[in-house]
Write a protein that binds this ligand. Structure first.
Ligand code: ATP
Length: 213
């Protein structure tokens, strides 16, 4: 079965941590594609000052050189909070014969029990949790997931043989970057000197006067 990576985020803005994470997952799991899905209204964060359309445009610029990376704007067309379970429901209809793998950093995984209908996620997809350098807590699998764990060495095989239902942990650490720190730097410094973000995205930010204090 084809394996599709689903990478949701606020991408406010997208940064090199996101890109290295996606490339590492692509290479480790041999995914056929990774779909970047910017959230319109993130359920667990303050509503971003930068519109979802601008955030999606920055994702498009950042991934343009990677043929396996696709921008999926399905959450931009919905009303209300962008619940991942609803996105997965939609993707399952669109991609009935593919295996889906939801990708997330360790910080997001630890907060999973606060997500809407989180126990149903594995009915739609696999989960791949990626180590994060600035994670405040050590990774511990939620009890409900303990019998679903697959060693990363076998994840590619298990994930392609089954359409959903398993979880694995990738102990590789993407660069220690966060959108929060990038936004802070953009508000304080000359835009061209902010590291950790692709040049094309920096030009877009400058041209559209985003993140200026
Ligand atoms: P913010 O600082 O605004 O909270 P963020 O940098 O965490 O944003 P998001 O768009 O919220 O970026 O992240 C999307 C997903 O990517 C999340 O699952 C997050 O855990 C993961 N992620 C983002 N940056 C990294 C990183 N540097 N290392 C590992 N995972 C990351």
């Amino acid at each position: 079965m084809e394996l599709i990576g689903i990478f949701g985020g606020t991408f406010n803005p997208i940064h090199n941590g996101h890109l290295v994470l996606a490339k590492t997952v692509l290479d480790t799991l041999h995914c056929n594609q990774i779909r970047f899905i910017p959230s319109a209204i993130p359920p667990h964060k303050a509503i971003p000052a930068v519109t979802a359309r601008h955030r999606a445009n920055m994702v498009q610029l950042a991934i343009a050189d990677h043929p396996e990376f696709i921008l999926d704007t399905c959450e931009l067309d919905r009303q209300g909070p962008s619940y991942t379970i609803e996105t997965l429901h939609l993707l399952r209809k669109r991609l009935p014969d593919q295996s889906l793998c939801l990708i997330m950093g360790q910080d997001s995984y630890l907060k999973l029990p606060t997500w809407h209908r989180w126990l149903e996620l594995l009915d739609y997809c696999h989960l791949l949790v990626v180590h994060r350098a600035d994670a405040e807590q050590k990774l511990q699998l939620h009890t409900e997931h303990q019998n679903r764990l697959v060693n990363i060495a076998h994840a590619a095989e298990q994930f392609t043989e089954n359409a959903h239902g398993f979880i694995s942990y990738l102990p590789v650490t993407p660069p220690d970057i966060s959108s929060t720190r990038i936004r802070e730097a953009l508000g304080q410094r000359e835009i061209a000197s902010v590291p950790g973000i692709p040049d094309k995205v920096l030009y877009y930010i400058k041209a559209n006067h985003l993140y200026q204090s």
